[in-house]
Design a protein around this ligand. Structure first.
Ligand code: SAH
Length: 493
């Protein structure tokens, strides 16, 4: 903990898509001791916050009501007085209907120092993700951001006459419930009831929904489609460009829901690639891995085999802890089960001598033997998961190859059955253990035949098939190939 008084950083988190968090916001978050956040902060942003940082949700308390403003102020003050670096994280930009100004006034009065990190406001970014440029020289010369929420629950204070006269683009926030009144006000003040309008819910997020209509019909559209907060409503001629300029809903995996079952540490790449293609991805870790203690004395061996990138990571961490480096492997031949494992080795300056044509343990062992690279004169050491698939070592066993099987890490299963599997187009499995963790969680409470399982290889698919899942195997055993497979089958539909 820091000495003396801490500081409060008022930070805008953007509209919810984690890639729209600014570089500075992320930097401040990583250095924080405490994060005090609102309801609008998306799960994908929360999951980027390191685990050791205290997180306080003031968007909801036990009764599911927001924590009152004076309580939030108290939290900020007391944490800062404890000498902590406090991040007050708000959706969008903290000064756009975010009460950021009020909180800073309080900190000023309390003699607590602060900094502000502006954020990307949903008012503009959400429109952009719906193909609506908020200004355009052919249509308007001003932009107005208006709240549909009155300060103390009283009547709205919107100057409809002025808004109509200005002919600018109007962006209404916090207006889902009150928009029928707002539309009436605008029409009574002389706006054409056929003026173009749009409502965008969960903008910039993979579950974004957009509806384009006329001003006079937009309240009906909101009701019929049960549009919920957070949503913005845009009124103005620029909305007519939405069809032409929409790029987000044209991403190949837009509308595709994917559940990713791997351990959190290794799922990042898969989640990132799928999200960037527009998929709605939920991370559902039903396994975790923990490094085991093992001996790194490999003097007597001629071949060292790695069956996963995690195994490589753990091996090199151990070397590092022992004040050693990759030269420890200097006169060894090295095999990697697949391209991802080989890539991980390259990060440590090691180029694998052998990668099999098909990325699994069986092909690895068989091809090493068939090519004569490993013979009975060799001594082999394998670093892999405890209780991992036995095919690789079985082949060495049968061929009388002298080998040592080193469990470098163990898999822990996490029971987690709160998800409705019917909401997903695909569920990804990157190992047999993922299938086991997933099925252990649900046991026999779900109909596995409804699951389209995207599997990294035949062994994983075999495990999924045993439960009756429909299995689809990626062409090669890599995360990128799994993503390509999902795009291929989703786009063919
Ligand atoms: N400071 C925030 C706005 C806070 S007011 C900002 O600059 O974005 C809350 C309102 O913001 C919501 O009622 C909604 O109108 C809008 N909003 C925030 N995030 C949104 C999102 N992802 N999609 C649509 N509207 C959003």
């Amino acid at each position: 903990m820091a000495e003396g008084k801490g500081k409060v950083y008022l930070v805008g988190a953007g509209p919810g898509n984690e890639e729209l968090l600014t570089v500075k916001a992320f930097d401040v978050i990583k250095r924080a001791d405490v994060i005090v956040y609102d309801r609008l902060i998306s799960d994908s942003i929360l999951s980027k916050i390191p685990d050791d940082i205290e997180k306080i949700n003031v968007g909801k308390n036990a009764g599911s009501h927001p924590v009152p403003q004076h309580e939030i102020n108290k939290i900020l003050m007391s944490k800062a007085l404890e000498g902590k670096n406090v991040v007050r994280l708000k959706g969008g930009d903290p000064f756009v209907f975010g009460r950021g100004g009020e909180e800073l006034e309080f900190l000023y009065e309390s003699d607590i120092s602060f900094e502000v990190v502006p954020g990307i406001t949903s008012a503009i970014a959400v429109a952009a993700y719906a193909g609506i440029p908020v200004t355009h020289r052919d249509f308007c010369s001003s932009l107005h951001i208006i709240t549909g929420h009155s300060k103390d629950g009283g009547s709205l204070e919107i100057d409809y006459d002025s808004l109509v006269k200005l002919k600018g683009t109007l962006i209404f926030m916090m207006s889902v419930a009150s928009f029928y009144k707002i539309a009436e006000g605008l029409i009574e003040a002389g706006m054409n009831p056929d003026m173009d309008a749009a409502v965008v819910e969960n903008g910039t997020r993979p579950n974004q929904r957009k509806f384009i209509s006329k001003l006079c019909d937009i309240s009906k559209v909101i009701a019929e489609n049960q549009v919920k907060s957070p949503a913005i409503i845009i009124v103005g001629k620029v909305c007519a460009l939405s069809e032409k300029l929409d790029w987000f809903s044209k991403l190949p995996l837009y509308g595709c829901n994917v559940l990713v079952t791997g351990p959190k540490k290794t799922s990042e790449k898969l989640v990132g690639q799928l999200s960037r293609l527009g998929a709605y991805v939920i991370e559902y870790s039903c396994i975790d891995t923990e490094p085991l203690d093992f001996d790194i004395d490999i003097k007597e061996y001629s071949w060292v085999i790695f069956t996963s990138s995690l195994g490589v990571q753990i091996f090199f961490k151990k070397l590092n802890e022992a004040d050693l480096d990759s030269r420890h492997l200097y006169n060894k031949k090295i095999a990697a089960v697949g391209s991802q494992t080989a890539e991980e080795l390259l990060k440590h300056g090691i180029r694998a001598d052998f990668v099999p044509s098909k990325f699994d343990g069986k092909h690895l062992a068989q091809e090493l033997l068939d090519s004569g690279k490993i013979t009975s004169k060799d001594k082999v050491i394998v670093f892999r998961a405890k209780n991992g698939a036995k095919e690789l070592v079985d082949i060495f066993e049968k061929s009388n190859i002298s080998y040592t099987d080193v469990p470098a890490y163990a898999t822990r299963y996490i029971k987690n059955d709160t998800i409705d599997i019917n909401n997903f187009n695909y569920i990804t499995f990157t190992s047999e253990s993922c299938v086991k963790g997933f099925t252990d969680s649900f046991e026999n409470t779900i109909d596995y035949s409804k699951i389209n399982a995207i599997c990294i290889g035949e062994q994983t698919a075999k495990a999924a098939r045993a439960y009756g899942m429909n299995t689809i195997i990626s062409d090669i055993a890599t995360v990128s190939s799994m993503v390509e497979k999902i795009v291929e089958i989703y786009c063919a539909k």
